[in-house]
Design a binder for this molecule. Structure first.
Ligand code: GTP
Ligand code: MG
Length: 451
C-alpha cells in the first residue's frame, strides 16, 4: 500500500482544558518551539498544522510503516479550549475527522475536558484520550521520545504504581461520564472502547504510540469518508477573520473539500448578505510550520483539501467565524449564495417568541449553545454572533419578564459602553467559556429567584 491520491488529509482536533498541553503536544510532534514563542504560552489564535505522513512515521521510529498507511498525513488543529471544534463544522455536523482529548494526569478532569467529551459524543467523532505530563510524576526517570511501554518498564516500582493510580483515575472519570476506556494497548475495538495513552509532551514519551493509534484510527474508520474530488469546487470553514498589514481583512480557513485557486469567486458566510468576492491571494504556511507564528506565507496559485490557508480578498469585513467559504462559478453562483445564506439562517432564526438572548463567538459555538439550551427547554428569543453590545443591553432591558431579561454569552466579551449601560438596567448577564457552566448558572439563578 502507499499514499492514495484521492484521500484527503484527516483533520484532527486537539481539545482539552487550558494548560493541559495541547500546544506542547503539537510542538513536540512538529519538533519546533511554538510554545516558547507564545505570549505566556497561551494559544491566542486558532492554528492548523499539517504534518506529512513521512514525518509521522519518522517520529514513530519505524520507516517500514510508510507502506502500511494510505493517508497523506494529518492536519492538526490547535485551539484554546474546544473553540475549533465548535467552529469547524460542515453541514450536519462537526468537521473534525478525529480528536485528541488531552488531560493532565496530575490534575485530572476539568470542566473543559468534560465539555470536550460531550461535544465529541454528540457528533460521534472518534477520539483518543491522552494522559499528559507523566514526566511530572514524582521520581519519574525520563526516556526521551521513547514508546510508552519501554519507558514504563524503566521506572521504579513505586513510580509505576503512582502512574497506574493516576491513570486509573482517568479511566474512572471517563467511566463516570459514560465512556468505557482502557489503556490503548489493551483496546481491541477503538470504536467501542476509548484508548487512553499516557504521554509527556515535553519528553516525547508515549508520542510514538499516540501517532500510531491516530493513524490506525484514520485508516480503519475513516478511509471510506476521506475520498474526495480534488478537482471539485473548494469548500471550507472560516477559523478566523484577521486584519493583516498590507493585506487588509483576511480570513484563515480550513479547506476540507476540493480546490481553491487564486482568482476564484468565493461566497463567504456573513450575518448580513453572504459576501461574494474574488480571491486575490492564497497564502500557505510552510509544511511543519504553524499558521499563527509563521508570518512569511508562501503565495500559491492553488491549494487542495485538507489544509489551513489564509486568503486575501476584497470585502471580507463581516466574514463570519465558523461560516462557510464556497467556490462558485457563474453557473453555480446563485445556488451557492443560497446555500451559504441558509447555513447562517438555520442557526439564527430558529428562535422563540420570548426567551433569553444568547451571544457566542462563532456560528458553530452558537449552534452548540442553542442545542444545549433546547435540551433544557430554555426558550431563546435571539441568538447572535459577536461581543455583547450596548444595543443588546438596551433591547434586553425592555423585556418585562425578569427570567427573560437575561443575556448568556459564550466565549465573548462585553464591550465597554455595554458594561456601563448594564449597571443602570436590571439585565442579568452570564458569561463563561464552558457551555454547561452557563446553563447551570442560569438554572441556579432561576431557582434562587423563585425561592
Ligand atoms: P492553552 O492553549 O492555554 O489552552 O494551553 P495548552 O493546552 O496549549 O497548554 P501548553 O501546551 O501551552 O502547556 C501549558 C504548560 O504546561 C506549559 O508551561 C508547558 O511547558 C507545560 N507542559 C505541557 N505538557 C507538559 C508535559 O508533558 N510535561 C511537563 N512537565 N510540562 C508540560
Ligand atoms: Mg495552547
Amino acid at each position: 500500500m502507499a499514499v492514495k491520491d484521492d484521500l484527503r488529509t484527516p483533520i484532527v482536533c486537539v481539545m482539552g482544558h487550558v494548560d493541559h498541553g495541547k500546544t506542547s503536544l503539537l510542538d513536540n510532534i512538529r519538533g519546533s518551539a511554538v510554545v516558547s514563542g507564545e505570549a505566556g504560552a497561551i494559544t491566542q489564535h486558532i492554528g492548523a498544522t499539517e504534518v506529512p505522513i513521512r514525518s509521522i512515521v519518522d517520529k514513530c521510529g519505524n520507516p517500514g510503516l510508510l507502506d502500511q498507511f494510505v493517508v497523506p498525513g494529518l492536519l492538526f488543529i490547535d485551539t484554546p479550549g474546544h473553540h475549533a471544534f465548535t467552529t469547524l463544522r460542515s453541514r450536519g455536523g462537526a468537521l473534525a475527522d478525529l480528536a485528541i482529548v488531552i488531560v493532565d494526569i496530575n490534575e485530572g478532569f476539568k470542566p473543559q475536558t468534560i465539555e470536550s467529551l460531550h461535544i465529541l459524543k454528540q457528533h460521534k467523532t472518534p477520539f483518543v484520550v491522552v494522559a499528559n505530563k507523566i514526566d511530572k510524576i514524582h521520581g519519574w526517570n525520563p526516556q526521551k521520545d521513547s514508546p510508552f511501554m519501554a519507558s514504563y518498564n524503566k521506572q521504579s516500582e513505586h513510580v509505576r504504581t503512582s502512574l497506574d493510580n493516576k491513570f486509573y483515575e482517568v479511566i474512572g472519570e471517563l467511566y463516570n461520564h459514560g465512556f468505557s476506556s482502557d489503556r490503548y494497548d489493551r483496546v481491541a475495538d477503538f470504536q467501542h472502547n476509548i484508548g487512553v495513552i499516557p504521554i509527556s509532551a515535553i519528553t516525547g514519551e508515549g508520542i510514538p504510540d499516540l501517532l500510531m493509534v491516530l493513524l490506525g484510527l484514520a485508516q480503519r474508520f475513516l478511509e471510506s469518508n476521506l475520498h474526495y474530488d480534488a478537482t471539485g469546487p473548494g469548500v471550507g470553514t472560516v477559523l478566523e477573520v484577521k486584519e493583516e498589514r498590507g493585506l487588509g481583512t483576511t480570513i484563515d480557513l480550513i479547506l476540507y473539500d476540493g480546490t481553491l485557486k487564486k482568482g476564484d469567486t468565493i461566497v463567504v458566510g456573513s450575518l448580513d448578505e453572504p459576501i461574494q468576492t474574488k480571491v486575490r491571494a492564497v497564502l500557505k504556511p510552510r509544511v511543519l510550520s504553524e499558521i499563527n507564528v509563521e508570518d512569511k506565507f508562501k503565495q500559491v496559485s492553488k491549494v487542495t483539501a485538507a489544509i489551513g490557508v489564509k486568503i486575501s480578498a476584497p470585502n471580507l469585513d463581516g466574514a463570519l467565524s465558523g461560516g462557510s467559504v464556497r467556490v462558485a462559478t457563474p453557473e453555480t453562483l446563485e445556488t451557492v449564495v443560497e446555500e451559504v445564506r441558509s447555513e447562517v439562517e438555520a442557526v439564527q432564526i430558529d428562535t422563540d417568541q420570548s426567551g433569553i438572548t444568547i451571544k457566542a463567538d462563532t456560528i458553530g459555538s452558537l449552534e452548540a449553545l442553542v442545542n444545549e439550551l433546547k435540551k433544557e427547554d430554555i426558550p431563546i428569543r435571539k441568538a447572535d454572533v459577536g461581543d455583547i453590545s450596548n444595543r443588546d443591553i438596551v433591547e434586553v432591558s425592555a423585556i418585562e419578564d425578569p427570567f427573560h431579561s437575561v443575556i448568556v454569552g459564550f466565549n465573548v466579551n462585553i464591550l465597554p459602553d455595554a458594561k456601563e449601560k448594564l449597571r443602570s438596567t436590571g439585565v442579568k448577564l452570564f458569561m463563561n467559556d464552558v457551555i454547561y457552566r452557563l446553563i447551570d448558572d442560569y438554572k441556579d439563578w432561576i431557582k434562587e429567584q423563585r425561592a
